[in-house]
Design a binder for this molecule. Structure first.
Ligand SMILES: [Zn+2]
Length: 95
């Protein structure tokens, strides 16, 4: 029998922040895929995951070079209006 309230509380104290941290990590990875700030989105995911995931889902990709928003078509073709063809650019630095 567990009559100690501190012990009974212990699993929630560990599990809930653990789940939130996982959700924050997922948000950070999704944000990075779209070339958005992983720290900002990871923090949003930690505190407001249900809202943050919806907002990010509707946000488009950013150009990895100039951070300008790209349309779906531009991202598919990897063409930025400012930087030109992204496949010929060295974008590894920026990612
Ligand atoms: Zn660009």
């Amino acid at each position: 029998m567990n009559d100690n309230p501190q012990l009974a509380l212990f699993p929630d104290i560990v599990i809930i922040p653990g789940i939130l941290a996982m959700l924050g990590l997922i948000m950070a990875l999704l944000a990075r895929r779209k070339h958005r700030n992983p720290w900002l989105w990871g923090t949003s995911g930690f505190f407001l995951f249900p809202i943050a995931i919806w907002v990010l889902a509707f946000m488009g990709y950013l150009c990895p070079m100039c951070k300008q928003a790209l349309t779906k078509k531009q991202w598919k073709e990897r063409i930025c209006p400012d930087c030109g063809d992204l496949r010929t650019q060295d974008v590894r630095r920026a990612c």
